[in-house]
Design a protein around this ligand. Structure first.
Ligand SMILES: [Zn+2]
Length: 116
């Protein structure tokens, strides 16, 4: 048997099914977050490319608008991430640390997903 450290705040009676659900939710979250980070970084690259290519203002504008659309879609997808404990939308802001419905923190989800 394993010992629980005092700092761990595991929900009482966590079943293997719960752990599996948390793990799935966490992987889903990481994928979404990474996508948003990649999109954000690509914006810097895109700005650099636009400056170099000199396609003209209408084309630059169209590229930027298209990219902003993709970024907003990625950001929306991230905010649509569901809390594994209460099943509701975790938060409406991108970097919310705690579930707006049940106060579960992302750290707790990550701890549970890693399993012990
Ligand atoms: Zn919740």
């Amino acid at each position: 048997m394993f010992k629980r450290r005092k700092t761990d705040r595991m929900p009482d009676g966590a079943s293997p099914q719960d752990v599996a659900a948390y793990r799935r939710a966490w992987h889903s979250y990481v994928a979404r977050r990474n996508l948003v980070v990649v999109l954000f970084l690509s914006f810097i690259f895109l700005g650099f490319m636009i400056g170099k290519l000199k396609l003209g203002e209408p084309a630059d504008f169209a590229i930027l608008l298209g990219w902003i659309g993709v970024y907003l879609a990625g950001g929306w997808w991230l905010t649509e991430w569901r809390c594994p404990r209460c099943g509701k939308v975790f938060g409406h802001r991108l970097w919310t640390q705690r579930c707006i419905s049940c106060d579960l923190s992302k750290d707790e989800v990550a701890t549970m997903a890693r399993g012990k």
